[in-house]
Write a protein that binds this ligand. Structure first.
Ligand SMILES: Cc1cc2nc3c(=O)[nH]c(=O)nc-3n(C[C@H](O)[C@H](O)[C@H](O)COP(=O)(O)OP(=O)(O)OC[C@H]3O[C@@H](n4cnc5c(N)ncnc54)[C@H](O)[C@@H]3O)c2cc1C
Length: 590
């Protein structure tokens, strides 16, 4: 196989919210910018975001960025970096208003201001009571957002490469990043995109689990590419299980349903969240609600013939409100559960939803090694990146905010770096040769492993060994199991070697990335001997020094997993914000 070379100022991999926001920054600065995407931009997973984007606009009641910051630090179970969290919460109003000016059709209040709804973990006055902070366009916020930003990019002459799959990072011997190799799915042609700045915005990897709210394209390609190029992955043990996936289907029912007044009930009709979170109830943070649901099911209070789900009840809401604020949800209920939520409650279970970890960055969007060493020419934003604002658990509506804030700052930083005069370095062909060797291996493999079966084994292993609750013996066995799966991934075989739209090849290449994410997750989770946020293990004890199993003395630190030798390294959490006082550690309760 051969390849050709194309030169750009900047190449962005990913055309979801983060990629599109970063591209606006670069293209509007007059830089020649390529955006690569496996699917048409407006079909990226951001399109599925229902509930909204957080900003303390205070349109319905008093609100403040400092309260939002407090909620985010608390939501993160203190693992989030407080400098990045302050940066994000302070920028929220600016990026949301900008989006409005791009033409985003937000829902409105009668006075014309942006409509806001309550969401889990978002409270007024440092944790007092739920506050209306989520800016929404019905239950199709992400959809509206992608369209507004795609149009803005078209206007700014961003060059889109649609149905292109990035394969590997081009990283030279000095560790600087020079672009990516990519395949045109339509022709099978390989191109090296040689760039002065490379931004990863490849989204999440929820498809490493068996039950997931994520799109099929969410295979963690950016993380796989980074790991293969020697960049560690941060905090990969932390995965969010969303409380309300449709039982059996996994499709998401937005937390906005509970924001609008929805109630979770067990088999006896009890509103069980009153026992687990007396204050925030159904609007406690996601890890808390997911665990409460699993506890109800495990203790025999689940619903249905197998007692394996709970119910989400909105039958007490006015049907007109449901049709106006949650029309998509009613449709999902009808399609995937054969339930009309106006008349009957919906069957729901916790489902893998979001990765808190990712490629380590600072709040400028630059990729960093160790504590603070910047990787020249490499930036990341959105779900594939770890800034880290979500720490051990993300609050709903903080991800769309993360995309806007860090998409913008990654773009802004790249523009500054390029305007200072960074030139194209001579193309590092040795890293391109590695990609070509990987493709050759796949083309020539004989008697290898089946891609579909290997992927399924990986997904089942992740679900069983690293799910909502974690058990020390299962984690230990999980490490052995996942390394076995990795051996199979290294010898996958495709029968069809044709070039034109060969999705078998694309899926095999995706699996190469998924397995890196799976290994990082299992190994990091096995090693973290405490419970924090979404990572809750059976052997972490609830004592005075370790409330709910959280061990700040030993584990208030970020994990860095290195692909090479599955080595783990740790780095300190940034407890110092930019301008306000540190939000001091305390036990998390809702
Ligand atoms: C069902 C659902 C509902 C959600 N609701 C909300 C919500 O209401 N509020 C909220 O804040 N968050 C929500 N989230 C989370 C949030 O939507 C996501 O975290 C966020 O949209 C991710 O955006 P992104 O730009 O990082 O990536 P994505 O939108 O996933 O885009 C990734 C892009 O990368 C491209 N890509 C990936 N790999 C490659 C490759 N190898 N080559 C080329 N291109 C590649 C893809 O084609 C795509 O364009 C939700 C998530 C889900 C799954």
């Amino acid at each position: 196989m051969t390849y050709t070379v194309r030169k750009f100022d900047a190449v962005i991999v990913g055309a979801g919210g983060a990629g599109l926001r970063a591209a606006i920054q670069l293209s509007e600065a007059g830089l020649k910018t390529a955006v690569l995407s496996k699917v048409f931009p407006t079909r990226s997973h951001t399109v599925a975001a229902q509930g909204g984007v957080a900003a303390s606009l205070g349109n319905s009641e008093e609100d403040h960025w400092h309260w939002h910051m407090y909620d985010t630090v608390k939501g993160s179970d203190w693992l989030g970096d407080q400098d990045a969290i302050e940066f994000m919460c302070r920028k929220a109003n600016e990026v949301v208003v900008e989006l409005e000016h791009y033409g985003m059709p937000f829902d409105r209040l009668d006075n014309g201001k942006i409509y806001q709804r309550p969401f889990g973990g978002h409270m007024s006055n440092f944790g007092e009571k739920p506050v209306r902070r989520s800016c929404a366009a019905a239950d199709r916020t992400g959809h509206a957002m992608l369209h507004a930003m795609y149009q803005r990019n078209v206007k700014a002459n961003t060059q889109f490469f649609v149905e292109w799959q990035a394969l590997d990072l081009i990283r030279d011997d000095e560790g600087d990043v020079q672009g990516v190799t990519a395949m045109d799915m339509e022709t099978g042609e390989v191109v090296a995109f040689h760039a002065r700045a490379t931004i990863f915005a490849t989204g999440g990897a929820g498809r490493i689990f068996h039950s997931s709210t994520n799109a099929f394209i969410n295979t963690g390609d950016g993380l796989g590419m980074a790991a293969r190029a020697g960049i560690p992955l941060e905090d990969m043990e932390f995965w969010q299980f969303h409380p309300t996936g449709v039982a059996g289907a996994g499709v998401l029912i937005t937390e906005g349903v509970r924001g609008e007044g929805g109630i979770l009930r067990n088999s006896s009709g009890e509103r069980f969240m009153e026992r687990y979170a007396p204050n925030a109830k159904d609007l406690a943070s996601r890890d808390v609600v997911s665990r409460a649901m699993v506890t109800e099911i495990n203790e025999g209070r689940g619903c249905g013939p197998n007692k394996d789900f709970v119910l989400l009840d909105i039958t007490h809401l006015d049907p007109a409100t449901i049709m106006k604020r949650l029309p998509g949800i009613r449709e999902i209920g009808l399609q995937f559960a054969s339930v009309d939520c106006i008349k009957e409650p919906l069957p729901v279970v916790p489902t893998c939803h979001y990765q808190m970890g990712g490629i380590p960055t600072n709040y400028h969007g630059q990729v960093v090694l160790g504590t603070d060493q910047v990787v020249n020419g490499f930036y990341a934003a959105g779900e594939c990146a770890c800034a880290s604002v979500h720490g051990a658990n993300r609050l709903g509506t903080n991800s769309l905010l993360d995309l806007l804030v860090f998409g913008k700052s990654a773009g802004e930083t790249a523009v500054e770096d390029l305007q200072k005069g960074r030139a194209h370095k001579p193309l590092h062909t040795a890293s391109i040769d590695k990609t070509m060797a990987r493709l050759d291996r796949l083309n020539n493999q004989k008697g290898g492993a089946n891609v579909h079966e290997t992927r399924l084994t990986m997904q089942r292993t992740m679900q069983k060994h690293a799910g909502v609750f974690r058990f020390s013996d299962l984690l230990k066995a999980g490490v052995t199991e996942i390394l076995k799966v990795a051996d199979d991934v290294a010898r996958t075989e495709i029968k069809d070697k044709s070039k034109i739209f060969n999705m078998a090849r694309i899926e095999a290449l995706e699996l190469d990335n998924q397995i890196e994410v799976a290994k990082a997750t299992m190994i990091s989770a096995e090693a973290r001997k405490e419970s924090r946020g979404a990572h809750v293990r059976d052997d972490a004890l609830d004592t005075a020094e370790t409330p709910d199993g959280r061990d700040d003395k030993n584990w208030l630190k970020h994990t860095l997993w290195h692909r090479d030798g599955n080595r783990l390294e740790y780095k300190a959490v940034k407890m110092k914000p930019l301008s306000v006082d540190t939000i001091e550690l305390k036990k998390r309760a809702y």
